[in-house]
Design a binder for this molecule. Structure first.
Ligand code: ADP
Length: 186
């Protein structure tokens, strides 16, 4: 069964597993949102469907008060999690691989800014989906290397975050991540 297989890195602070992010009970799950913050397909659609209207209402407020032109790529904002089992949702916008002039820096920023926001809120556990590797077309091998390096870099100078989970919808996506992760080398 999916979810039975779990890999641990960085003294158990990082867990890699497969499953559905909407079932995760942590301080914050991360949404691979689009800049409108008003919902979309993939993981974004799943989070809004399962979380209910309150998440969308908060996103609308963030748009009108702070980001009238949309959330820039690589930035992150936080809302409560409505009906989801987690406490908060951190929304970040990954790069569209073919359209970005600096996809690597932008993808890295998604992870770093999400972790910085988690820390700023005094929260300790987070689950990331594989940002940009769906509709946004980021090659999964490259995304694995970038996201694992970003998280490792952040955790090396942080002693407040207890658990970072990378979750994959399929076992084969998880395997690609495991083969390409760079937790062990900087
Ligand atoms: P993006 O637009 O950033 O590429 P997508 O939502 O299309 O985002 O896909 C990002 C990744 O999230 C893909 O690898 C996809 O398989 C995965 N994904 C989609 N739905 C879920 C879910 N409910 N839980 C975990 N991962 C999911």
């Amino acid at each position: 069964m999916n979810g039975c297989l779990m890999h641990r890195f960085l003294s158990n602070r990082v867990i890699v597993k497969s499953g559905d992010i909407t079932n995760e009970k942590v301080d914050a799950i991360v949404n691979a949102a689009n800049s409108s913050l008003l919902g979309g397909g993939g993981v974004d659609g799943a989070i809004h469907r399962a979380g209910g209207c309150s998440i969308l209402e908060e996103c609308r407020k963030i748009r009108s008060t702070r980001y009238p032109d949309g959330l820039p790529t690589g930035e992150a904002v936080i809302t409560t999690a409505g009906n989801l089992p987690s406490k908060y949702v951190i929304h970040t916008v990954g790069p569209v691989y073919s359209a970005s002039s600096q996809p690597e820096a932008e993808l890295k920023n998604c992870y770093l800014n999400s972790l910085a926001l988690l820390k700023k809120q005094g929260l300790r556990s987070i689950v990331f989906p594989a940002i940009s590797t769906g509709v946004y077309g980021y090659p999964k091998e490259e995304a694995a290397a970038i996201s694992s390096l970003a998280v490792r870099q952040f955790l090396e100078t942080d002693d407040t975050i207890e658990k970072v989970v990378f979750i994959f919808y399929s076992l084969s996506d998880m395997d690609v991540f495991i083969k390409n992760q760079k937790f062990a080398q900087l």
